[in-house]
Design a protein around this ligand. Structure first.
Ligand SMILES: C[S@@+](CC[C@H](N)C(=O)[O-])C[C@H]1O[C@@H](n2cnc3c(N)ncnc32)[C@H](O)[C@@H]1O
Length: 278
């Protein structure tokens, strides 16, 4: 499932199954690290705690009764939610491999009814709310950490909208997005050009929404200057257009940027050897 010709995963779920079953064990062995769970390599203690502070906010976690998590992976934040609140946690995941790990790691909490692990279909826009059904409007918190950054914003809206429906009045939604407004985000954007054809072979015809700050920040890195970025005239087509006019002012930067086009060639997140510098 999830492969056209046996080479690369073609669905998000297959991508993560492969990561859990093959890529992570290799990475752990190479790094000689003692990461007990896949995904431990993505965040150290400091980052986990900083993230929890955002999830908790100024709320009162000790009074929460219901938490929803999208994309728990192996459950690093699920574990915090279970340990630091008395709430019942519902975790929605697409990857069978991650679900197997969650079931193993949190067997006690599952049998006590504290944790519900639910498999969802990425392509089913209403799947979350159909599953949450009679609890709609009751969650204290809904969070998605490092999940929505892996989909276009149009798709992320499905999760934002579902979260809004799941939450009670005053409930919190906490999520991370891929940040195109930072230097490290721009570095990663260029570094990942090589992954262009590595995962999703099917063209996507949805609009991928962006805004002027991202263009103004990234285009100079590709050699362009004298940018004119205009929000297009309204009316006519039901398309809001961002008009860009740019000049190539730095051919050296353009030449450097070409190196980003080298395909990385697999589904892992390997760093291109010579990504464009700042
Ligand atoms: C980068 S991992 C992050 C996992 C975990 N939140 C963490 O920070 O360790 C992304 C996770 O989201 C899951 N995922 C991706 N798309 C999803 C979706 N549409 N709905 C639910 N889970 C999804 C993946 O299977 C994976 O477990």
């Amino acid at each position: 499932m999830g492969r056209i010709d046996g080479s690369e995963p073609t669905t998000m779920a297959a991508f993560f199954d492969e990561y859990v079953r093959h890529v992570f064990p290799e990475r752990r062995a190479q790094a000689r690290a003692e990461w007990p769970w896949p995904g431990d390599e993505w965040a150290d203690e400091r980052l986990r705690e900083a993230t929890w502070l955002r999830i908790a906010g100024t709320g009162e976690p000790s009074r929460w009764t219901e938490i929803v998590e999208f994309g728990p992976g192996a459950g690093k934040y699920t574990a915090m939610a279970l340990a630091r609140t008395p709430a019942q946690v519902t975790a929605y995941e697409i990857s069978s491999a991650f679900i197997e790990i969650l079931e193993q790691r949190f067997a006690a909490e599952v049998s006590q009814g504290r944790l519900g692990i639910r498999k969802i279909d990425w392509a089913d826009n209403e799947g979350l709310l159909r599953d949450y059904d009679c609890r709609i409007g009751s969650a204290d918190v809904c969070f998605a950490i490092d999940v929505l950054m892996m989909m276009d914003f149009q798709s992320a809206l499905v999760y934002l909208i579902s979260a809004a429906a799941m939450l009670r009045r005053g409930g919190r939604f906490v999520a991370t997005f891929a940040d195109g407004g930072t230097v490290s985000g721009l570095d990663r954007m260029l570094r990942d050009v090589g992954r262009h054809s590595a995962f999703d072979a099917a063209p996507c015809t949805r609009f991928h929404w962006i805004d002027a700050p991202i263009l103004s920040a990234i285009l100079p890195r590709l050699g362009f200057g004298n940018l004119v970025i205009e929000h297009g005239p309204e009316g006519g087509l039901d398309i809001a257009r961002l008009y860009l006019q740019a000049e190539l002012v730095d051919p050296e930067a353009a030449a450097r940027a070409r190196r980003c086009l080298l395909p990385v060639g697999d589904s892992t997140n390997r760093r291109a050897s010579d990504a464009v510098g700042r």
